[in-house]
Design a protein around this ligand. Sequence first.
Ligand SMILES: Cc1cc2nc3c(=O)[nH]c(=O)nc-3n(C[C@H](O)[C@H](O)[C@H](O)COP(=O)(O)O)c2cc1C
Length: 199
Amino acid sequence: MKTLLISASPRANGNSDTLLAEIARGIESKSVETEIVYLRDYAIHPCIGCEQCRRDKTCTRFYDGMHLLYPKIEACQGLVTASPAYNYNITAYMKAFIDRLYPYFEFTNPRPGPYSCRLASTYRALLTVGVCEQNEASEMGYTIPAMSEALKVMGYDLIDELAITRHFALGSVKKDTKALSRAYKAGEQLATALAAKAG
Ligand SMILES: Cc1cc2nc3c(=O)[nH]c(=O)nc-3n(C[C@H](O)[C@H](O)[C@H](O)COP(=O)(O)O)c2cc1C
């Protein structure tokens, strides 16, 4: 069993990266392997809605960094996504990543109609993490639902959502023992959910 953790922060060693590292520690404490990827290190073109993937079952319009991530997504039963709030929403990196998961959907014609997702044939568990500068979680707007709602319809079982507020400076969350403990425990919880399904 393995979990893929995805950071959508443009800032290396920022708050999203720090929270993901702590979640990974929690996951690994339960003997589930982890891999952290930073979307800023991958060139990912936004989806252009060409619909070629309906026929080809993968993206045949852009041969970019997403093709390095597709095998990891398929191989990992656990997924953790983290994004800072950028203007009440996920960053452009996370938006491009989620939209480029579109090839996994199977739609029936005529549209709109019933649809399914090929990723759902395996049990998959999800944690979503939003981090923002302001005091209230409401001030991160759509950041968490933009990840949770999109990934739930792809078949992911949403284990928890972490809304971490009051962090602006690079890596300031490193001193927030409450947030770090919450992150570690959420990691443990994700690993426990995966182990329960595997057992
Ligand atoms: C372009 C931009 C937009 C932002 N929008 C918001 C926002 O809507 N709400 C908020 O509370 N913080 C906002 N912030 C602050 C970041 O969410 C905050 O600094 C966060 O800790 C950055 O996470 P990182 O260290 O993982 O990059 C914004 C920052 C930037 C650069």
